[in-house]
Design a protein around this ligand. Structure first.
Ligand code: SF4
Length: 428
């Protein structure tokens, strides 16, 4: 077990939410322009010359920008650039936004998650039994250096055409087992409200789609995008959930908090997915601070992802031990509301696999030995009656209108568990 962390962590410092006046590049920008998301997108930083007016680039960063420019160009909204430490290249915001030479080392896989093979219509990936992923655009406000979809994002700009979207809708109408659609990209919030509304309304019109979700980094990289008009439009499509992507407490500025509050106040549950990134958040202490800060803002930490095997991400990867250490540092040390599931998104389309320390030390017929978060060992008695058959299950399943049989369900049982041994079961 890792050493317990008993943090007396400071609250995240509240930013004043004003445009920076000390950076020459934006000296003449008005507050109105700064708060306008379209101005932020138009004025995103793409070149070394612009960036050098914001931070003191290292030779490695300068070369990294040159080497990666053709395959995965840099784009940093002024708001996000202003969060970077101008003199410290280890700044977690800077590492996520500025390429380094290691990004061009050629290590890693192309399409490591095997998404291309699971594409069933333009932009539509159907991997799991009852949900699908719809990539509506390949554009983002910020091109994160750790992006898993860098093979798609940032290249020639593309949003789904009407004809392509119609093909995706045709598939979804023909597959009523899909009850949950995640609208992602790229970042769907790079689109205007009108286009987004069109996508959502057509998806919502399919009766079998119960839940819509949006995956967006806008609250983090471009909180100005979250406007009263946007949330007013989004709330028409409930049940709608949003998942965002904070990786470090430094990103939870006053503007980001305001954007999160607007989303949540519109009744939209807001979750967060963090990518575990070496040098950014590969520390139990930082991760603990992040999840606590998120919950304070009513953002539910949902997943921590092990960094994928995609090409150009090798320098961000950590060992599974680090992931387990972080999982262990959260569970029990803070509210379970703040504890995300740490997962590996398995290469080749294997899906998300949770990784966690084991709290079950041994299982016997009469008792199980468990370990709590402090390392204390507890004997937990097994009940005398072990048959867990739920007598009402078949009746309920037969009459439940909302139950849709999964396409394929394979139940794997724990090898050698006492229950299996008693029942003479083997692993299928
Ligand atoms: S916002 Fe998401 S899709 Fe876009 S570059 Fe960042 S991680 Fe990739």
């Amino acid at each position: 077990m890792t050493a317990p962390i008993r943090p007396a962590l400071p609250r995240v410092a509240a930013s004043r939410g004003r445009r920076p006046t000390n950076i020459s590049l934006w000296r003449h920008v008005t507050s109105q322009e700064w708060d306008d998301w379209r101005w932020q997108v138009r004025n995103a930083i793409h070149s070394v010359d612009e960036l050098e007016q914001v931070v003191r680039l290292t030779p490695d960063e300068r070369e990294g920008i040159r080497l990666t420019g053709r395959d995965f160009a840099m784009a940093i909204p002024p708001y996000y650039a202003a969060l970077m430490d101008p003199s410290d290249p280890s700044c977690p915001v800077r590492i996520q936004a500025i390429p380094r030479t290691c990004e061009a080392d050629g290590l890693g896989m192309h399409d490591s998650l095997g998404e291309d093979a699971q594409r069933v219509a333009p932009g539509l990936i159907h991997r799991y039994p009852d949900r699908a992923l719809l990539l509506v655009t390949n554009m983002c406000q910020l091109y994160c250096r750790h992006c898993t979809r860098k093979r798609l994002t940032g290249e020639r700009k593309h949003a789904l055409s009407s004809a392509e979207f119609e093909q995706a809708l045709t598939y979804l109408r023909a597959h009523p087992e899909v009850r949950d659609v995640l609208v992602s990209g790229g970042d769907p919030l790079t689109l205007g409200d009108g286009r987004l509304k069109q996508y959502l309304s057509e998806l919502r019109a399919i009766p079998s789609i119960e839940i819509l979700r949006i995956g967006t980094r806008a609250p983090v990289s471009l909180p100005q995008r979250v406007t009263p008009a946007l949330v007013k439009m989004l709330r028409q499509y409930h049940p709608l959930w949003i998942n965002t992507h904070f990786n470090h407490p430094k990103e939870l500025t006053a503007e980001a908090r305001r954007a999160c509050a607007m989303i949540v106040d519109a009744g939209i549950p807001l979750g967060n997915q963090t990518v575990l990134l070496r040098g950014v958040n590969s520390s139990p202490r930082i991760m603990l601070e992040l999840v606590r800060a998120l919950v304070r803002e009513r953002v539910r930490p949902h997943y921590v992802y092990q960094c994928d095997l995609e090409e150009g991400l090798a320098h961000f990867r950590t060992s599974i031990d680090t992931a387990i250490e972080i999982a262990e540092a959260l569970r029990g040390w803070t509210s379970s509301l703040a504890v995300p599931t740490v997962v590996v998104d398995a290469p080749g389309g294997g899906g998300k696999i949770p990784v966690a320390p084991s709290y079950v030390l041994s299982q016997g017929e009469d008792r199980v030995l468990l370990r709590n978060f402090e390392g204390k060992i507890i004997a937990y008695p097994q009940p005398a009656e072990r048959d867990a058959t739920c007598a009402y299950d078949a009746k309920w399943t037969a009459q439940s209108a909302s139950f849709t049989a999964p396409r394929k369900q394979q139940r794997l049982r724990v090898v050698g568990s006492p229950a299996n041994k008693r029942a003479g079961r083997s692993v299928p």
